[in-house]
Structures are given as C-alpha cells and as structure tokens.
Design a protein around this ligand. Sequence first.
Ligand SMILES: C[S@@+](CC[C@H](N)C(=O)[O-])C[C@H]1O[C@@H](n2cnc3c(N)ncnc32)[C@H](O)[C@@H]1O
Length: 189
Amino acid sequence: MQELIWSVQPDLIIETGIAHGGSLIFSASMLELNAACGGPPDAEVLGVDIDIRAHNRAAIAAHPMFKRITMIEGSSIAPDIIAQIKAKAAGQQRVLVCLDSNHTHDHVLAELEAYAPLTSVGSYCVVFDTVIEDMPAGSFPDRPWDQGNNPKTAVWEYLKTHPEFEIDKSIPHKLLITVAPDGFLKRVK
Ligand SMILES: C[S@@+](CC[C@H](N)C(=O)[O-])C[C@H]1O[C@@H](n2cnc3c(N)ncnc32)[C@H](O)[C@@H]1O
C-alpha cells in the first residue's frame, strides 16, 4: 500500500471498514509523507464504518494524522452513505479506493459497483481479504463468508463486466504473501 500511495499520489483515499483505525492512520501518514515530498498538500482519507466505537473514534481523533481523516458512520452500501462519499470524491483528480468492511460476496460486489467507478485512471481499487477464497473451507465458522462467498469471488464477478479494471499481479508477486491476492485492481481506462 505504501508503494501504491506513493506512485498514485492520491488527493483522496476512500476506505470502507475502519475498526480500530489502523489503516486510516497508515494511509493518512503516507499522505503526510507524500505532502512533505511535494505531493498533494491537502490530501485526505475518508473512512466509513457501520459501527465506529466511541473508544476507537476517540483514539483516532487524538492522533496527529487526524487532520487528514474524515469518518462517516453507516453502512457502506446504504444509498445515503454512497451519496455522501460520491460528493466528497467529486472534483478530486486522483482517487484510490480500499474495500475492507463486510467480506461477503454480495456486500463486496455492491461496494465495487458503488465505489470502484470513483477510482481515477491509473489508480487502484484494492479489495482486501480476497485470500478467504484460498483458505480451507470453514476457516471462519462465526462469519458469513467462506470459500465461494468472499471478496475474491466478488472481484471475479465484477471484472466480467468492467474491463476498465485489470488485476495487477505484479504487486502480489512482489509481496509473495498477501491478504489480497487478485485484489489489486488497476483502473486502466
Ligand atoms: C476488517 S475491519 C476494518 C479494518 C481496517 N480497514 C484496518 O485495516 O485497520 C472491518 C470493519 O468493517 C465494518 N463493517 C462491517 N459491515 C459494514 C458495512 N456494511 N458498512 C461499513 N462497514 C462495515 C466493521 O464494523 C469493522 O469495523
């Protein structure tokens, strides 16, 4: 992700799934480094989560990188939330999208339909936890996702009708081990 954020130099990173805010703080920190090196000075991260717990919100708000972070509470596939995020992305030149919320096929497919089009050409829509498809069946007995129903199956279905995205295999080839095999979608047109 560091390499992508450096090479894309996004003005806006959209992230679904906040939890404790680790990826929000990481992305904001990378944007701060980009700015320090002459990149977009006012780049921001926009995160959405269906449940932003008070102690997580407080910890994120207390972080020095919070100045680059906006959080929205609600389901990432709710029409009013999608509208808010689209409004924020409007007019931004370079947008990078990260999907890391509910990992079921239907949810990720709906997120792809809503947010992948916001990805600017040359940037990425990164779909996390596609690795669920490669793990033994029944690995997540307390979760609704499993082999055949996960972010990777959603990516495969989405790509059937969206030739503007290609899976960038060069990234997992460098990483060797990743939670996002087939999850680095590059917008090529
Ligand atoms: C894997 S965690 C996110 C981790 C975070 N991206 C990080 O790496 O620091 C998944 C989060 O998705 C949220 N989530 C689940 N369903 C959601 C939905 N429908 N809309 C938005 N967020 C959702 C959960 O509340 C949880 O906090």
